[in-house]
Design a protein around this ligand. Structure first.
Ligand code: ZN
Length: 182
Protein backbone atom coordinates (compact mmCIF):
# COMPACT_ATOMS: atom_id res chain seq x y z
CA UNK A 1 0.00 0.00 0.00
CA UNK A 2 1.07 3.53 -0.49
CA UNK A 3 1.47 5.36 2.72
CA UNK A 4 1.77 9.07 3.24
CA UNK A 5 5.10 10.72 2.77
CA UNK A 6 7.14 11.26 5.87
CA UNK A 7 6.11 14.49 7.56
CA UNK A 8 9.32 16.23 6.61
CA UNK A 9 11.49 15.61 3.61
CA UNK A 10 14.98 14.47 4.47
CA UNK A 11 17.30 17.41 4.75
CA UNK A 12 19.90 17.77 2.14
CA UNK A 13 22.23 20.58 1.28
CA UNK A 14 20.10 21.51 -1.69
CA UNK A 15 16.94 21.86 0.28
CA UNK A 16 18.42 23.88 3.05
CA UNK A 17 18.02 27.30 1.44
CA UNK A 18 14.31 26.63 1.07
CA UNK A 19 13.80 24.82 4.29
CA UNK A 20 12.63 27.90 6.10
CA UNK A 21 8.97 28.46 6.88
CA UNK A 22 7.70 25.78 4.58
CA UNK A 23 9.25 22.74 6.18
CA UNK A 24 9.91 23.99 9.64
CA UNK A 25 9.01 21.23 12.06
CA UNK A 26 7.17 22.21 15.15
CA UNK A 27 10.07 22.71 17.50
CA UNK A 28 8.04 24.83 19.84
CA UNK A 29 9.70 25.10 23.18
CA UNK A 30 6.56 26.30 24.85
CA UNK A 31 5.27 24.27 27.74
CA UNK A 32 2.81 22.24 25.78
CA UNK A 33 5.16 19.29 25.94
CA UNK A 34 4.94 18.74 22.22
CA UNK A 35 8.42 17.74 21.21
CA UNK A 36 8.34 16.71 17.62
CA UNK A 37 11.94 15.65 17.46
CA UNK A 38 12.79 13.68 20.58
CA UNK A 39 16.51 13.07 21.02
CA UNK A 40 17.45 9.88 19.28
CA UNK A 41 20.21 8.97 21.70
CA UNK A 42 19.66 6.78 24.69
CA UNK A 43 20.88 7.62 28.15
CA UNK A 44 23.64 5.06 27.84
CA UNK A 45 24.86 6.68 24.64
CA UNK A 46 24.82 10.13 26.18
CA UNK A 47 26.83 8.85 29.14
CA UNK A 48 29.33 7.19 26.81
CA UNK A 49 29.79 10.37 24.78
CA UNK A 50 30.38 12.38 27.95
CA UNK A 51 32.80 9.82 29.28
CA UNK A 52 34.79 9.69 26.04
CA UNK A 53 34.97 13.46 26.01
CA UNK A 54 36.11 13.72 29.63
CA UNK A 55 38.72 10.99 29.09
CA UNK A 56 40.14 13.12 26.30
CA UNK A 57 40.80 16.01 28.68
CA UNK A 58 43.60 14.08 30.38
CA UNK A 59 46.35 14.29 31.42
CA UNK A 60 45.38 17.32 33.46
CA UNK A 61 47.57 19.33 35.80
CA UNK A 62 46.56 21.23 38.91
CA UNK A 63 47.77 24.77 38.38
CA UNK A 64 48.18 25.22 42.11
CA UNK A 65 50.20 22.21 43.25
CA UNK A 66 51.37 20.82 39.93
CA UNK A 67 49.86 17.40 40.51
CA UNK A 68 49.28 15.57 37.27
CA UNK A 69 46.15 13.49 36.87
CA UNK A 70 47.10 11.11 34.12
CA UNK A 71 43.63 9.75 33.52
CA UNK A 72 40.03 10.52 34.27
CA UNK A 73 40.01 7.55 36.60
CA UNK A 74 42.94 8.89 38.57
CA UNK A 75 41.18 12.24 38.79
CA UNK A 76 37.90 10.75 39.96
CA UNK A 77 39.69 8.68 42.58
CA UNK A 78 41.87 11.49 43.93
CA UNK A 79 39.68 14.56 43.72
CA UNK A 80 36.60 15.46 45.65
CA UNK A 81 33.49 16.01 43.65
CA UNK A 82 31.82 19.39 43.91
CA UNK A 83 28.30 20.08 42.79
CA UNK A 84 26.10 21.18 41.27
CA UNK A 85 27.45 21.05 37.76
CA UNK A 86 27.25 24.42 36.06
CA UNK A 87 26.08 25.12 32.57
CA UNK A 88 25.54 28.71 31.57
CA UNK A 89 24.04 27.85 28.20
CA UNK A 90 21.26 25.81 29.75
CA UNK A 91 20.91 28.30 32.58
CA UNK A 92 20.15 30.91 29.94
CA UNK A 93 17.89 28.55 28.00
CA UNK A 94 20.35 28.44 25.09
CA UNK A 95 20.09 24.75 24.34
CA UNK A 96 20.92 25.17 20.71
CA UNK A 97 23.43 28.00 20.75
CA UNK A 98 26.03 27.88 17.98
CA UNK A 99 28.62 29.09 20.50
CA UNK A 100 28.19 27.14 23.71
CA UNK A 101 29.99 28.44 26.75
CA UNK A 102 29.97 24.84 27.92
CA UNK A 103 29.38 23.13 31.21
CA UNK A 104 31.68 22.89 34.19
CA UNK A 105 32.07 19.87 36.42
CA UNK A 106 34.14 20.88 39.40
CA UNK A 107 36.17 18.98 41.94
CA UNK A 108 38.75 19.76 44.59
CA UNK A 109 42.33 18.68 44.15
CA UNK A 110 43.85 17.10 47.27
CA UNK A 111 45.71 20.42 47.70
CA UNK A 112 42.38 22.16 48.13
CA UNK A 113 42.38 23.99 44.82
CA UNK A 114 39.26 23.74 42.70
CA UNK A 115 39.61 22.07 39.32
CA UNK A 116 37.04 22.01 36.57
CA UNK A 117 36.34 19.84 33.58
CA UNK A 118 34.77 21.99 30.89
CA UNK A 119 32.73 20.85 27.92
CA UNK A 120 33.63 24.05 26.08
CA UNK A 121 35.75 22.18 23.53
CA UNK A 122 33.17 19.49 22.84
CA UNK A 123 32.28 19.29 19.14
CA UNK A 124 29.09 21.24 18.51
CA UNK A 125 26.85 18.40 17.30
CA UNK A 126 27.65 16.39 20.41
CA UNK A 127 27.12 19.37 22.71
CA UNK A 128 23.78 20.06 21.06
CA UNK A 129 22.77 16.44 21.22
CA UNK A 130 23.47 16.25 24.93
CA UNK A 131 21.67 19.50 25.65
CA UNK A 132 18.69 18.32 23.60
CA UNK A 133 18.62 15.10 25.57
CA UNK A 134 18.76 17.00 28.86
CA UNK A 135 16.05 19.37 27.75
CA UNK A 136 13.69 16.56 26.83
CA UNK A 137 14.46 14.62 29.99
CA UNK A 138 13.91 17.69 32.16
CA UNK A 139 10.30 17.71 31.10
CA UNK A 140 9.89 13.97 31.16
CA UNK A 141 11.47 13.46 34.57
CA UNK A 142 10.56 16.80 36.10
CA UNK A 143 14.20 17.54 36.91
CA UNK A 144 16.31 20.64 36.59
CA UNK A 145 19.11 20.74 34.03
CA UNK A 146 21.75 20.89 36.76
CA UNK A 147 20.26 17.80 38.40
CA UNK A 148 20.44 15.95 35.10
CA UNK A 149 23.99 17.13 34.47
CA UNK A 150 24.94 15.87 37.90
CA UNK A 151 23.14 12.63 37.24
CA UNK A 152 25.03 12.05 33.98
CA UNK A 153 28.28 12.97 35.63
CA UNK A 154 27.65 10.58 38.50
CA UNK A 155 26.85 7.79 36.08
CA UNK A 156 30.23 8.36 34.41
CA UNK A 157 31.90 8.34 37.83
CA UNK A 158 30.12 5.13 38.79
CA UNK A 159 31.36 3.37 35.66
CA UNK A 160 34.90 4.49 36.37
CA UNK A 161 34.87 3.65 40.05
CA UNK A 162 33.96 0.02 39.52
CA UNK A 163 36.72 -0.51 36.98
CA UNK A 164 40.10 -1.83 37.99
CA UNK A 165 42.71 0.84 38.39
CA UNK A 166 44.63 1.30 35.22
CA UNK A 167 48.21 2.32 34.97
CA UNK A 168 48.42 5.68 33.35
CA UNK A 169 51.55 4.98 31.36
CA UNK A 170 49.77 2.64 28.97
CA UNK A 171 50.03 4.04 25.51
CA UNK A 172 51.91 7.13 26.53
CA UNK A 173 55.32 7.55 25.05
CA UNK A 174 57.23 8.79 28.03
CA UNK A 175 56.47 11.94 29.85
CA UNK A 176 55.18 14.90 28.03
CA UNK A 177 55.43 18.43 29.22
CA UNK A 178 51.97 19.71 29.87
CA UNK A 179 51.27 22.99 28.23
CA UNK A 180 48.18 25.07 28.17
CA UNK A 181 46.61 24.97 24.79
CA UNK A 182 44.06 27.48 23.77
ZN1 ZN B 1 46.40 20.69 43.47
Amino acid sequence: MKTANPPFPPLSGQELPHAGPKFRPNLSTSHDGAYQNPPAKTQAEVIQILRDFYEGLFPKTCANCGRVFATLQEYVLASQRLWPSLNYDMELGNYNTPHPIGGLAMANCPCGSTLALSTKTMPLPRAHMIMAWIKAEMERRGMKHAELSDYLRDEVRKQILVEPTRKAATGLKGLRVHKHRS
